[in-house]
Design a binder for this molecule. Structure first.
Ligand code: DGL
Length: 266
């Protein structure tokens, strides 16, 4: 049976997770929803964010009857997952900062978490550090404008090196001669800029993109494609009223989205 996978984010960042899911389950029908009417989520209060995600899910889940929902957003997952799981029966897979793998792979014990201002304030993030990285030197960066720069990049708008550099430089630290050697991309938008990060980094580091691990978790839950399965179709929904510019339309078409539509919330 062809599964329907609902992938949700505040905007375009969840496409980095969706691409990995499609690689591992190319037969799935993907419904992607970018809640860009209120982008960025990183600036919303916890109460506003919980209410917003619950409201959008109330519209999406009955309408598209997904077999699984992927909250491809750290800012939402670190807060809203318990609410979603207690309210809906469908299984949810979340995206939370990859602090455990970073602590395991960092050789200097100095690593950074590049996230949104919302994610760096979450108890969930502090708990992950206490649990898995108590021995490490962890720098949390709540980048104010980086998700917006990633959106602009995917929309084909110019994004200057200076703007990106200013957001990522605080993640590079020298602690008593030990340098940051690992940076967690704890916002699904950031892998959209990974090539630019690599080019602008003051020294080479390992960048952890959680997309492949999230996709593996999805496949664990719904299984591998059955033999002979054909390619699934994709529907991309946006809550905002900004029509996708041609470069974004082209990127969505390349990602397999044959249909792009506005999600009416009323
Ligand atoms: N893509 C989202 C995340 O993973 C956040 C971007 C935003 O602030 O809306 O955290």
């Amino acid at each position: 049976m062809q599964p329907t996978i609902l992938v949700f984010d505040s905007g375009l960042g969840g496409l980095t997770v969706e691409a990995e899911i499609t690689r591992q389950r190319p037969d799935a029908r993907i419904v992607y929803c970018g809640d860009d009417a209120v982008f960025p989520y990183g600036r919303l209060s916890p109460e506003a964010l919980v209410a917003r995600v619950m409201m959008v899910m109330e519209r999406l889940i009955p309408r598209y009857a997904p077999d699984i929902v992927v909250i491809a957003c750290n800012t939402a997952s670190t807060l809203v997952l318990p609410h979603l799981r207690s309210h809906f029966e469908v299984p949810f897979v979340g995206t939370v900062p990859a602090i455990k793998p970073a602590a395991a792979q960092s050789k200097t014990g100095v690593f950074s978490v590049l996230a949104t201002p919302g994610t760096v304030r979450r108890d969930y993030t502090y708990d992950l550090i206490l649990k898995f990285a108590a021995e490490s030197r962890v720098t949390l960066i709540g980048a104010e404008g980086l998700a917006g720069l990633a959106e602009a990049h995917l929309r084909g708008e110019p994004v200057s090196d200076e703007a990106i550099r200013a957001e990522i430089l605080p993640a590079f630290v020298d602690h008593d001669g030990k340098h940051t050697d690992t940076i967690v991309l704890a916002c699904t938008h950031y892998p959209l800029l990974l090539e630019r990060f690599r080019a602008l980094a003051p020294w080479p580091v390992a960048w952890i993109d959680p997309g492949p691990a999230i996709a593996r978790r999805v496949v664990q839950l719904i299984g591998v494609p059955p033999p002979g399965a054909t390619k699934g179709e994709g529907l991309a929904l946006f809550t905002g009223d900004r029509p996708p510019a041609p470069p974004l339309r082209a990127a969505l078409a390349r990602a397999g989205f044959g249909e792009i539509a506005a999600l009416q919330l009323n």
